[in-house]
Design a protein around this ligand. Sequence first.
Ligand code: ZN
Length: 201
Amino acid sequence: MNPFAGYALTSPFGYRIHPVDQVKKFHRGVDLVTSAPDRMIYAFVAGEVVHAKESIRGSGLGGYGIVVAIKDDRGYLHCYAHLSAVLVKVGEKLKRGQKLGLQGSSGLSTAEHLHYEIRKWYTPSFGYTESENGVVEPTKYLQDYYAKEELSLMEKADANTIIELYLKPAWGAAKTAIEKKEIGRLADVLRVASGQSKQNV
Ligand SMILES: [Zn+2]
């Protein structure tokens, strides 16, 4: 599954010959060009906006132009760089697929594109590291992230509410061991569907 459907991948993650300097350099993210005529950029994963403006030199995002940076629920930072406009505010909680800005060519960029980078940390300096240690390969990260999301068919809180409100009283009122065992099994079905571990083996 390609997490970047709707985009052309113009420069992959990893070591490459830099288009300007003609020397081998590490590319910390992927370069994408959207096929959408409105050039709208959407969040690849949900999270909290921690940066949404022109980046400052020395901040850890210098040269990235106008950047939206979003911290996901694992603490990883998703940087959307070289934007032409920002549509979100710091502190805002975004859902996956929500609009965040417009593709552009701000900062150190030769042509309009989205530089998308995933950092392992969001602080200090927005998780910037000189070496490749601080970033992950975005395609693999997103594929793994989506796979785990799809495994959870329901919210953990919803599953636990059903267990507490209905299954536990039913278990207490059950007259036979077979009934109790069946109720325990159903509770585990709910736990697994919401990404939790079984409690009755
Ligand atoms: Zn790039």
